[in-house]
Design a protein around this ligand. Structure first.
Ligand code: ZN
Length: 193
């Protein structure tokens, strides 16, 4: 993926609790950090980001995002991730409105819009996500006093990448679409536009 032109490695940490699927934890993040030549972007789909967010940051992640829906302590988790040395982000499932980010904007480096329901790869892109990205872009332009990156994750392909960038996305995550492609460099260039 580095040879194909990726800017980050996106690692989906799932706990079999916040989402039904189970993947890996901070040990694999640490192992990946040892061999990766580009920054690690860790997306926590777990019920306890307060414990594992800082651990992933210390394991070498450049960015750590967790779900707004997973914890009542969004501000605390954001600050603990930053204190552990990573950029901090909040992820929103398709049914959570972007306005919930208002109170924590000063503590946010990254907002991740999920364009499928979290849990499994290979799901179909939810078309309303493009409008949601545009709404978030306007919200951040109006309210944020420092830059916040917008990342979109789920069902990203050549059918929606241009619209997502146009709506204001900074980072697109591609999983099965990219990994399943015979020529990953060509697909990566097509996605970046
Ligand atoms: Zn993800």
């Amino acid at each position: 993926m580095e040879a194909a032109g990726a800017d980050y490695h996106h690692l989906d940490v799932m706990d079999g609790h916040f989402v039904p699927n189970l993947t890996f934890g901070p040990l694999l993040v640490e192992a990946a950090a040892r061999v990766a030549a580009i920054p690690l972007d860790v997306h926590l789909m777990i019920a306890d980001p307060l414990t594992y967010g800082p651990l992933c940051a210390r394991a070498g992640a450049a960015m750590v995002s967790f779900h707004f829906e997973a914890t009542p302590h969004v501000h605390r988790v954001l600050t603990h991730i930053r204190e552990a040395g990573a950029q901090s982000g909040v992820a929103l499932t398709p049914s959570t409105p972007v306005e919930v980010l208002g109170p924590v904007l000063p503590y946010l480096d990254l907002a991740l819009i999920m364009s499928v329901n979290p849990g499994f790869g290979g799901q179909a892109f939810i078309p309303e996500s493009v409008d949601k990205v545009a709404r978030l872009r306007r919200f951040l332009d109006d309210r944020a006093e420092r830059p916040v990156l917008i990342e979109v994750d789920g069902g990203v392909s050549d059918k929606n990448a241009a619209a997502l960038f146009q709506a204001g996305a900074d980072i697109l995550v591609s999983g099965s679409y990219l990994y399943g492609a015979p020529d990953r460099s060509a697909v990566m260039s097509a996605l970046k536009g």
